[in-house]
Write a protein that binds this ligand. Structure first.
Ligand SMILES: [Zn+2]
Length: 244
């Protein structure tokens, strides 16, 4: 029996993986992949405004609530494994210790592909710092001289998932993934994010818009796939192919 193929999502805050690639996660789980999600922080300070408006809130209470939501969302998406690095947010502390832990995770998972944030995000430096950090960790995981004897990483694609204010981030998708068959799972995961109810309709709309792009690019008016919901990604590395 061959082991399942794997994928690794690295999310700056606890909820990012839900909005930005929840469909990709659920779909690949359905395809037989084991998808691991690493949440570098809970988004406890910067992405939990609704919780902070409640009387008597503390940092620990917010973190616990965010972890609970993220775990429920991961369950809805059939995530294989979710890990919380608890590095603090706004800003994330991406020092040597975090790098060591992330490289170890990448090598342990040996992902066929990886996912993270846009390269540029002036509104949320945690997001773009995460991507730079992920590229650095990917590079270290590929180095034969890093912890010699361990299995080194191959060359997995890094897909950048869609940021919150798309055009402002210089993000341009080159891949559209049809997530129609797992949309119910993504919507269920979205609804686990009770602290960010203001985003539910927004990200449903994003998925519908990307569904339009999928249809147009898969055949246009001549008869594209009838995708209703999709996610867009920007790939960092070129693809190597045998046929165009
Ligand atoms: Zn975030």
């Amino acid at each position: 029996m061959t082991a399942n193929r794997t994928a690794l999502v690295i999310s700056a805050h606890a909820a990012d993986f839900v909005w930005r690639c929840g469909g990709a996660i659920a779909l690949h789980q359905k395809l037989g992949y084991d998808v691991t999600v690493a949440c570098l922080s809970f988004g406890e300070r910067g992405e939990s405004a609704k919780l902070w408006k409640q009387e008597g809130t503390t940092l620990e209470k917010v973190k616990a609530a965010r972890q609970k939501e993220a775990e429920a969302a991961a369950k809805a998406l059939d995530v294989h494994d979710i890990q919380f690095f608890d590095l603090g947010d706004y800003p994330l502390d991406l020092g040597a210790e975090a790098r060591e832990r992330t490289v170890d995770l990448i090598r342990a998972v040996q992902p066929a592909f990886m996912m993270s944030h846009s390269m540029w995000d002036p509104y949320n430096t945690d997001h773009m710092n995460t991507t730079k950090f992920v590229l650095e960790c990917r590079m270290v995981a590929q180095a034969w001289g890093h912890k010699p004897g361990e299995k080194v990483l191959g060359a997995p694609q890094l897909y950048l998932f869609e940021p919150h204010q798309t055009e402002q981030m210089g993000w341009k998708p080159d891949v559209f993934l049809d997530i129609t068959e797992v949309w119910d799972k993504k919507r269920a995961a979205i609804e686990c994010m009770e602290g960010q109810e203001h985003l539910w309709a927004y990200y449903t709309n994003v998925a519908e818009n990307r569904g339009n792009h999928f249809r147009r690019n898969s055949g246009g008016q001549a008869g594209g796939r009838a995708a209703r919901y999709a996610e867009g990604f920007q790939s960092v590395f070129p693809r190597t192919v045998d046929e165009l």
